[in-house]
Design a protein around this ligand. Structure first.
Ligand code: FPP
Length: 254
């Protein structure tokens, strides 16, 4: 079957270090395929997640090297709580490990860390570690890393709608005065430009409740690569695909 129009397949894409177009300011990634990567090696799912976390480090390095300003990673969706408790514990354990052992390094690299999602669900200890990481790196001038944890795009929009409804109820806001920009200021990503490109690995072609509002004009790139295999070349490939896309934001072609 020929590749779907507009769906980038890894094999047919330009790779290599040379970039062919503008660098996106904000790259967002649905990191998918950890389980299949592990299964294909006869390993437990936890091994896939561990390898996935190592891919995060490579991805971050590539994003910084290429001058990307914002990198958002979908590390745990609000639906992922439905997974086996042991898998949730493995993922939570990885998060704890990275918070304890990697934040200092990220701080030295001037990375600013921000968590988006219902992070309270991870419990007080982890929440406190996340708050510490955000506070420590708040003043950094390098890449902003947004980790989406217990994140759901619909829930993000509902919370923003509730905040606006409350302002209307208090008489501080007229319904007609509500604008798109105003709603965006109540989203968890407030202050962050919308993603220019959203990448999903592992051959799946869905957004899965990721950045639903913010993805309105994002370029979508789907790679066959399983997330634990994602490396600097994959990142360059994404940038090259993005660089060749024509973004019109609804306007007529020139
Ligand atoms: C999807 O693969 C991946 C996840 C649900 C978790 C993503 C988490 C990581 C990459 C680790 C990140 C760690 C930190 C500390 C940020 P899947 O398990 O759904 O894979 P499958 O579809 O092949 O089963």
């Amino acid at each position: 079957m020929p590749p779907l129009a507009g769906v980038a397949q890894t094999g047919a894409l330009p790779a290599g270090p040379s970039l062919t177009g503008p660098v996106p300011k904000h790259v967002a990634i649905i990191m998918d395929g950890n389980g299949r990567w592990a299964a294909s090696r006869g390993l437990p799912r936890a091994a896939g997640h561990k390898a996935g976390a190592e891919a995060v480090t490579r991805c971050l390095r590539a994003a910084r090297a290429n001058g990307v300003d914002y990198l958002t990673l979908y590390a745990f969706s609000s639906e992922n709580w439905r997974r086996e408790p042991s898998e949730v514990a493995d993922l939570t354990g990885l998060l704890r490990f990275y918070l304890r052992h990697k934040v200092a390094e990220l701080h030295r690299e001037k990375v600013k860390i921000r968590f988006v999602g219902e992070v309270g669900r991870f419990g007080q200890d982890l929440c406190a570690e996340m708050a510490r990481a955000e506070a420590l790196t708040e003043g950094n001038s390098g890449l902003t890393l947004l980790l989406a944890l217990s994140y759901g795009g619909r829930s993000d929009i509902v919370h923003a709608a509730r905040a606006l409804a409350q302002a209307v109820q208090c008489g501080d806001l007229a319904p007609d005065a509500i604008t798109e920009d105003m709603l965006a200021r109540y989203l968890l990503t407030a202050g962050v430009p919308d993603p220019d490109v959203i990448v999903r690995t592992s051959g799946e072609h869905r957004l899965s409740n990721f950045l639903l509002w913010q993805s309105a004009y994002a370029e979508l790139v789907f790679l066959e690569t399983l997330w634990p295999d994602f490396d600097e070349d994959c990142f360059t490939r994404v940038l090259n695909i993005y660089g060749r896309r024509e973004r019109r934001f609804g306007a007529r072609p020139a």
